[in-house]
Design a protein around this ligand. Structure first.
Ligand code: ADP
Ligand code: ZN
Ligand code: ZN
Length: 824
């Protein structure tokens, strides 16, 4: 007899413990396996969808009563085997709970909680009198209605509906609805087909006879025959209502007429939202000799190493090389994950990939609706097919069957690091681990690699392949630093934002019908405003930062918490009305450009204008299609976009990038400036970049000018090793926050002292970050610098035990504490 497993450890979407033990009811013991979803009862009032981590027969240690699993949702696991391993690795490495990973990993449609719907059993008859609360719950249901636990709570006014429900469940009076069906509504599309009785030449002839006087309907029928190829069975395809109307240029009423006559009929079909209608796929482009060489080198590198860094300058054709590698892996029946740092750049790449891979391409990211995400999830779960998934970091959690290749494009982008909430993982590093678990290779691509990856390539951990020519021998842009300080001193620029040479270049570009990108890394109009007479500066009440003036909304905005304020008509301190706008944001650049070039069509791309996927896409499309000739924006304009007609790029103020207080500031500044410069240049003509700065002799500016990546890397690596920073040391930051500043100060000193006992001078702080208070919480950080070669698990244990000790302390409860491993 096979032994039945009595207990299941499950993951709840909570960050308390890693797992919780439940008893498996008799009738579930056969079907319940790891990776399935179950509904469990946790705490006083809530139901959760949990994931089974392990089933076993070990008697739980706890003296608390072990609850029973309430319902089993899946006949087969939602998670594939390597996924749980990946979750475990992530939670260990990034010092968070499995529940945090679970929350990040599954789309909501797959993890419904106390919103779980319940319905009552129609012909239930009580064998004994019900208690008032029980009766009240049953009365709350009208016929066949489903109610969620929280709805029931509201309707009955009862506090403890869940326990009442559990009783009713044991009576067989109510049942839990399987939420997957409710949470997921498939998308339908209407198709058109020929009615059965008109199939065949003769029957069809009759149809045409009927239509002799209905010319439009006749045309429509011809269009249908054309599109469907119904007379030629080898080519026959299904026809959607939409494409038929488009093709025939007829109105819906004409089509409805044909349906009424019974010649055509409608039918609905579930469509993948992500399915694309591409009639003919294009083969990958032939590679140039340099690309061919890089491609071969990557192959060679993969023979001996799992990870390869492709350092290819902007427009060298990295994407074309990816496409070749992808088709190869797909043809081996394996899957490919193509990661991008941001939703923002998926559109352009999606178009390029669709042309080659058609419906083998699935796109997955958070701006898609939850339904769309569930659909990708289910498709991957149901089919063991070679598919290409394009997505942002959360796509690491999809149920891949067999990954053969992971591509991390723009691998240097800080957007790969999840900031808040936990799991605070770095998607590039996690991708390498995921690939490992599948026996897949990872290709990292960038024109400006992160120093971390570059260091790994230099030390032989990764392969390194370089591509130093732009495709089609397009020249690299010419970068011209402009000394703004000098121009101001000579009174040539005064208060103006643009140097004369930048204005000349823009004028020239517009005259030639070419486009311009202007980069300014601050949004809003004026980053700071100040009272001219008393020096008062408006600050956020919740955060320790000054407010940015947004002229378009006519509001002051806190960029840390999003809180908005009205601009005061007079200074609240001295009652003078002279408020001075200081600094330059994208709105101000836009305003000045508009007054200098009133005829030009101007667009702005920043967090404020590109809040939604469609808004973003519209701006990019308008620029790509030439409807906008000057595009102003924040770092958003630097991101892997490929435009054909940009001849001038202006960097309005490079100083703010250089002076940022962070050990990565110079690496970032280099990457941003080179990336944004990379948008300039057309096939037949080199582009121009005007780089405005007060420090033209700054070594970094000169390196940007010469595209001297290796030099920059060497200089930065020397500094990093000297000051014990990554990639030589691993950083783990303990972030402590509290409303109470004094308690925070005391507790973080105590925390640091305990760490220092064991780790000595590897522990720095507590220190205050540049912004010391956000959303009413004061912040302290303790920084751990651990040798990269050292084993990290003792450190993890130490952090755990120190935290346990601290929790004995009642003041510590006033703190919110989390760990940030490898902060970006
Ligand atoms: P990167 O990703 O390195 O910035 P892309 O792959 O976007 O470069 O290539 C830049 C431009 O050159 C794109 O418009 C692309 O279509 C074109 N291109 C690159 N390689 C080829 C090729 N082998 N055949 C045709 N066009 C190419
Ligand atoms: Zn004042
Ligand atoms: Zn704020």
């Amino acid at each position: 007899m096979i032994e039945k497993m009595k207990y299941a450890d499950v993951i709840l979407p909570l960050s308390l413990a890693n797992s919780y033990t439940y008893r498996i009811p008799q009738d579930m013991q056969a079907a319940l396996v790891a990776g399935c979803r179950v509904i469990v009862h946790f705490g006083k009032r809530r139901y959760y969808t949990a994931i089974v981590l392990e089933v076993h027969n070990r008697q739980p240690q706890s003296t608390l009563e072990v609850k029973e699993i309430y319902a089993l949702l899946d006949a087969s696991p939602v998670l594939r085997r390597p996924q749980l391993r990946f979750w475990q690795w992530l939670s260990e490495y990034y010092l968070c709970k499995l529940g945090d990973v679970y929350k990040a990993a599954l789309p909501s449609g797959l993890k419904l909680e106390s919103e779980t719907a319940v319905s009552c059993i129609k012909d239930f008859e009580a064998q004994f009198p019900l208690r008032p609360a029980e009766q009240a719950v049953l009365d709350a249901f009208s016929d066949g209605q489903k109610l969620t636990v929280s709805e029931l709570e509201k309707k009955t006014g009862l506090r403890n509906v869940v326990s009442t429900l559990s009783v009713l469940l044991t009576y067989g009076a109510v049942e839990v609805q399987e939420e997957l069906k409710k949470g997921f509504a498939p998308k339908l599309e209407t198709y058109v087909s020929l009615s059965d009785e008109y199939r065949g030449h003769d029957a069809l002839q009759k149809a045409f006879d009927l239509l002799k006087r209905a010319h439009k309907q006749e045309l429509l029928l011809i269009a249908y025959l054309d599109l469907s190829h119904i007379l030629n069975p080898t080519l026959a395809t299904e026809v959607t209502k939409k494409e038929l109307l488009q093709q025939s240029e007829c109105s819906v009423s004409v089509l409805d007429g044909l349906v009424k006559r019974g010649i055509l009929k409608y039918y609905d079909k579930e469509v993948g939202r992500l399915q694309v209608h591409i009639s003919r796929l294009q083969p990958p482009q032939p590679l140039s000799p340099d690309q061919e060489k890089a491609y071969a080198d990557i192959h060679e590198s993969f023979k001996i190493k799992d990870v390869c860094l492709l350092h290819g300058i902007t427009s060298s054709g990295k994407t074309e090389i990816y496409i070749r590698l992808i088709s190869e892996v797909l043809s081996l029946n394996r899957q490919v994950l193509y990661l991008l740092p941001e939703i923002a750049i998926t559109t352009q790449i999606t178009n390029r990939l669709t042309k080659v891979f058609g419906d083998k391409l699935l796109v997955y990211h958070s701006k898609y609706s939850d339904n769309e995400r569930v659909e990708v999830w289910n498709k991957l779960r149901a089919e063991k097919k070679p598919l290409l998934i394009l997505g942002v970091r959360s796509s690491l959690f999809l149920p891949f069957y067999d990954l053969g290749l992971v591509i991390v494009d723009e691998e240097h982008e800080p957007g790969y690091k999840q900031q808040d909430p936990a799991p605070r993982y770095h998607a590039r590093n996690a991708a390498i681990m995921l690939a490992n678990m599948h026996g897949a290779k990872t290709l990292l691509g960038s024109a400006t690699p992160s120093l971390d990856s570059y260091f790994n390539a230099l030390t032989g951990k990764y392969g390194l392949v370089s591509l130093n020519l732009r495709y089609g021998n397009t020249l690299m842009p010419q970068i011209i630093p402009v000394n703004v300080k000098e121009l101001k001193r000579k009174k040539i620029m005064k208060d103006a934002l643009f140097s004369p040479i930048l204005i000349d270049k823009i004028t020239e570009a517009l005259n030639n019908d070419e486009q311009v990108i202007l980069f300014q890394n601050r949004r809003g109009f004026a980053p700071v405003i100040e009272c001219k007479s008393c020096g008062w500066v408006p600050h956020c009440v919740n955060c320790d930062v000054s407010l940015t003036f947004h002229k378009f909304r006519n509001q002051l905005v806190c960029h840390y918490c999003g809180y908005t304020y009205q601009l005061p008509p007079v200074c609240p301190e001295c009652r003078e009305s002279d408020l001075k706008m200081m600094g330059v944001g994208t709105e101000k650049v836009e305003e000045e450009i508009a007054s200098l070039f009133p005829a030009a069509k101007i667009g702005r791309l920043d967090f404020d204008t590109a809040r939604t996927r469609t808004a973003y896409e519209r701006i990019i499309d308008d620029f790509d299609g030439g409807k906008i000739s000057i595009l102003i924006g924040t770092q958003m304009v630097s991101k892997g976009l490929d435009f054909g007609n940009v001849s001038v790029v202006g960097i309005i103020n490079a100083d703010s990038l250089l002076n940022y207080p962070d050990f990565r500031a110079h690496e970032r500044a280099y990457q941003l400036m080179v990336q944004v410069s990379g948008r300039a240049g057309r096939r037949d003509k080199s582009g121009t970049v005007i780089l405005q700065t007060t420090q033209p002799e700054h070594p970094l500016i000169q390196m940007v000018q010469r595209f001297a990546y290796q030099e920059m890397a060497k200089m930065q690596l020397t500094e990093r090793s000297m000051f014990r920073y990554p990639p030589y040391y691993r950083l783990i930051v303990v972030v402590l926050r509290s409303r109470n500043e004094t308690v925070l100060q005391e507790q973080s000193l105590l925390f640091a002292a305990k760490l220092k006992e064991k780790l000595g001078d590897r522990v720095l702080g507590p220190v205050s970050p540049p912004v010391t208070r956000v959303q009413s919480l004061h912040i302290k950080k303790i920084v751990l610098k651990i040798e990269i070669s050292a084993n990290i698990s003792p450190v993890r244990k130490l952090l755990d035990s120190v935290q346990c000790e601290m929790q004995q302390n009642s003041d510590y409860k006033q703190l919110l504490v989390h760990f940030d491993v490898d902060p970006a």
